[in-house]
Design a protein around this ligand. Structure first.
Ligand code: UT7
Length: 401
């Protein structure tokens, strides 16, 4: 990597890509696992379905596909990347970093690689770090990834958490430029009062994994939903506003907000807090649920590929999560949005492999309750309408054998 130098630089988004597993888990599927129903989940969260990684997929493999798509979109080669930052709370292993696995899988031989741990705010935190590396002159092209495999860390007897989360990955390439644009104002907060509001108790130094921690289900995500909801609705709009203000802009100057996709009611609260209509909020949580650090980059890639972002537009990424953390970055978009679709098409998941260790085979990674549901035929094919208020209800559902 380069040494810092004081010359004025900007960090533009030149590439973006996403990957979600093909296996769909609907609300109706969850009805067969816990005491819940589609109406409750849609009304309280807006989520209709989420994706589940197959047994051969990992956080690194999903991240690698999204990353290569972002690199192709940018018109770069993997070795043009000189720093890889990967945000996740579900790394493949405690060590090495998942970023190191992704570096090898994408065929990069030059970059420094590390993970960023800030839960659902992780991608925005990693993005902010990448911008700092670029504007200081220490890096020229940074790959920023958000990737999660949450369905392996959920308690499928706890209806208050297992309905919320899904799997996937998104990535962007940030590139140095002298031209004004790209990431402008950044805001990040951390409130340790929220430390035990969303947490995964066992597996770390305080509670190393043991038969006892497993018997108590301490290897699953726990959450105080109401407290988290209160934090999110209080914080998201103010964090976004601070980032916009630091960019010398007003919320009315923002073409599109890309909020963390946790709950439609939280997104509605952000719109209300900013005094903007829901049309300015991008929503895809109906299709994927909450994918934690992956949610913002997946949403950004979809928003751009769907034509919701044009060159010259101001876009705000804003997230909140365990910690409690929150973060926002305002971006002036400078790259032809049409590049993303070609970048996606250039990379097939079948062509990407993450090297496995020699002489070691993991146990089947899919939780039993999930594997049982996945083995049954008849997954419901739900039309993927948005859940933005005022939009038509999804059409009649057909069950495929
Ligand atoms: O990335 C950050 C991750 N976290 C979040 O974003 C979560 C933020 N919090 C939330 O989104 C909401 O608090 C939830 C969606 C988790 C819950 O919604 P809520 O409106 O706060 O519901 P609640 O916890 O107040 O529960 C209301 C009722 C309870 O029953 P009683 O006590 O009123 O009889 C729950 O037991 O709903 C019950 N309930 C459910 N019912 C059907 C909780 N989960 C379910 C469920 N299906 N899945």
């Amino acid at each position: 990597m380069n040494q810092p130098d004081p010359q004025q630089r900007y960090a533009h988004v030149t590439g973006w890509g996403r990957y979600v597993p093909s296996q769909v888990l609907t609300n109706h599927d969850l009805e067969r696992m816990v005491d819940t129903n589609d109406e409750w989940i849609v009304a309280r969260t807006g989520i209709r379905e989420r994706r589940v990684a197959a047994a051969h997929e990992t956080t690194a493999s999903m991240a690698a596909v999204a990353s290569l798509r972002a690199i192709r979109t940018a018109g770069l080669e993997p070795d043009d990347i000189d720093l890889i930052l990967l945000a996740t709370l579900t790394p493949d292993y405690w060590m090495p970093s998942t970023a190191a696995l992704v570096k090898e899988a994408i065929g990069n031989t030059k970059a420094a690689a590390m993970d960023v741990a800030a839960a659902c705010s992780g991608f925005v935190y990693a993005y902010a770090s990448a911008q700092a590396y670029i504007t200081s002159g220490m890096a020229r092209h940074v790959l920023v990834i958000g990737a999660e495999l949450l369905t392996r860390f959920l308690d499928y007897t706890d209806r208050s958490t297992c309905i919320l989360f899904g799997d996937g990955a998104g990535a962007v390439v940030l590139s140095a430029s002298d031209e004004r644009g790209g990431g402008l104002g950044i805001e990040m907060t951390t409130d340790p009062q929220g430390a035990y509001m969303i947490w995964l108790p066992a597996g770390g130094a305080k509670a190393p994994p043991s038969a006892g921690t497993i018997a108590r289900g301490e290897h699953y995500i726990r959450m105080e939903g109401k407290e988290t909801y209160r934090f999110a609705t209080k914080t998201m709009a103010t964090t976004a506003l601070e980032s916009v203000r630091r960019s010398g802009l007003d919320p009315s100057d923002i073409a599109l907000f890309i909020p963390h996709q946790a709950n439609i009611r939280i997104v509605e609260a952000v719109a209300k807090g900013l005094d903007l209509p829901m049309e300015r909020m991008f929503v895809n949580l109906d299709k994927y649920g909450n994918t934690s650090a992956a949610s913002v980059p997946i949403a950004l890639a979809e928003a751009v590929n769907e034509g919701r972002v044009q060159v010259g537009d101001n876009v705000v990424l804003v997230a909140f999560g365990a910690g409690f953390t929150s973060g926002a970055v305002t971006i002036q978009w400078t790259t032809d949005p049409a590049r993303g679709i070609a970048g996606d098409a250039a990379v097939s998941p079948h062509d990407v492999t993450v090297r496995l260790p020699v002489d070691w085979d993991s146990v089947d990674p899919i939780p039993d309750a999930l594997a049982a549901i996945m083995a049954q035929p008849g997954t419901v094919d739900v039309p993927l309408d948005d859940v933005v208020p005022g939009e038509p209800e999804p059409a009649h559902r057909e069950v495929h054998a």
